[in-house]
Structures are given as C-alpha cells and as structure tokens.
Design a protein around this ligand. Structure first.
Ligand code: ADP
Ligand code: MG
Ligand code: MG
Length: 250
C-alpha cells in the first residue's frame, strides 16, 4: 500500500516556481530514491513534504496515509510520522545531543519522555551506530565531524521512529564514512511498516541501499520511475536524456 501520494504539485520559493506539477507515490515498506541534477528541486520537494513554511504550495496536493496534509503545519506532520533529517544550522552551545533528541521525541509523541528511560534507549541506539556514550553530553554540532553529523541525523531518525523518513543527502561533502553511516542506518531502520525516501546521487550509497524504487527528478518534476536499473542507467549516461525530453515537451 502507499504511504505518500503527491499529485500535480506546484511550489515556489520567493515567487520563483521550483516544483512544476510533480507526481510521486511512495509505498509502505519500501526504500525509494530520488536522483536528479543540481537545482532540480529535490531539497525543495523534501521541504514541501515536511511543511517548511519557506515554500508556498500553489497547486496540487499531498496525501499522507490517505489524509490530505497539503496545508498542515510542520509540527503536526512530525506527529503524524513524517521525518526530514536536518542539521541544526549552527553550533548550539548549552543544548546537548541528549536534550535535543529528548525534546524532539516529546514533541513528536506528545508525551513526556522520562529522562532515565530515554538515556537508556539513547545509549542502546548510539551503540548500534558505534557512537561513544560521551557524545550524548556534547553540545549540538560543536566540533562535530562530517561523519558525526550524519550519525546524529540517523540517531534522530531512529529515536523518532517515523513512518516516513526523508533523508536529503546534499550532494557535496559525503565522505566514505558518512555514506556507510547513512546506508547502514537506513538498512537497520527499514521494515515492512515504514518507508524511506533518500535523495542522493551517490553510487556507493545506492549499492548499499538497494532501493526498491528509483525516481528521476528534472526541473521540478518526476520524469521517470523504475527500479535500480534506472540508477545504473544514470550512472552510465547521466541525466541528459531526461533533460532533453523535458525541454522537448515544453
Ligand atoms: P536540488 O536540491 O535538486 O539541488 P533545490 O531544491 O535546492 O534543488 O533548488 C531548486 C531551485 O531553486 C534551484 O534552481 C535554486 O537555485 C532555486 N532556489 C532556491 N532557493 C531560492 C530562492 N530563495 N529564490 C529563488 N530561487 C531559489
Ligand atoms: Mg543542490
Ligand atoms: Mg538539494
């Protein structure tokens, strides 16, 4: 069955249209990947699904588990079980990783999260990610390496346990360690009841993830959907064929 359905979606940022009539269905129990050239609107799509108010939806709709969420605020979507991995934009002195995650979990579950039980859960999850316990007491992002920031995203995902996890792997700066952390984190997280949408072009990551469904996004639309062979085709021939097809259409 499907968890997310996006129909004829148009969205803008600062008056500029980025999503131009996008259709996408994400299935339950599946790992989907979106690939696309820089500037295609992949991060915009992730932000719009999460409900980031920076983007204005001007047409179309988003359904999550059969319920329309197009106008729903971001915190309500998080409660429904949608997750977008995020980096705190800067170092936040005074807020530890543990406090940050505990607060996030309380917001998403709508229940108080007891400190001692949470610490236990957190340490268990950190152990799976091969993270030192001391990490929980560190201030958010202070002196984190690229790999540690990625681990923190995967830790967020596993603590919040969403129904739909969206991971936007911004094209630059994914070192070998980070690729492995994200891939293993996804593989451990995924099950028959949740869905993962990964935005990446990273061949190594695709190899680790073995996604069920691959989508190609060009110029604000999904222009092709297939299996892993679509990713191999892109690896070999690039996006040119799809870019030209788009131009020919308009
Ligand atoms: P991707 O993640 O696929 O690289 P993005 O969603 O980040 O693409 O960006 C899509 C397009 O939106 C790009 O062409 C980018 O330059 C443009 N864009 C992003 N923010 C703004 C903005 N504030 N004003 C105008 N254009 C923007
Ligand atoms: Mg980009
Ligand atoms: Mg992007």
């Amino acid at each position: 069955s499907e968890i997310l359905r996006i129909t004829d979606l148009k969205a803008s940022v600062d008056e500029k249209e980025i999503l131009k009539g996008l259709d996408l269905v994400v299935e339950k129990g599946k790992v989907h990947v979106i690939m696309g050239p820089n500037g295609a609107g992949k991060s915009t799509l992730a932000g719009v699904v999460m409900g980031n108010p920076r983007y204005q939806v001007t047409q179309g709709k988003i359904d999550f588990e059969g319920e329309e969420i197009t106008e729903m605020p971001v915190n309500e979507r998080a409660v429904k079980g949608i997750f977008l991995s995020f980096q705190a934009p800067q170092e936040i002195p005074g807020i530890t990783v543990e406090n940050f995650l505990r607060t996030a979990k309380a917001q998403v579950t709508g229940e108080a999260v007891k400190a001692i039980a949470f610490k236990k859960e957190l340490y268990a999850k950190m152990k799976e990610l091969d993270m030192d316990k001391a990490y929980a007491s560190r201030y958010l992002n202070q002196g984190f390496s690229g790999g540690e920031k990625k681990k923190n995203e995967i830790l967020q995902m596993s603590v919040l346990n969403p129904k739909l996890a969206i991971l936007d792997e911004t094209d630059s700066g994914l070192d070998v360690d980070a690729v492995r952390v994200v891939s293993e984190g996804v593989n451990r997280f995924k099950n028959s009841e949740n869905s993962v949408l990964v935005i990446t072009h990273h061949n190594k990551m695709l190899e680790y993830l073995q996604p069920d469904v691959v989508h190609i996004m060009v110029d604000g639309r999904i222009v092709a959907t297939g299996d892993i062979s679509l990713a191999h085709e892109i690896e070999e021939f690039g996006f040119d064929r799809y870019k030209q097809a788009e131009k020919g259409e308009s």
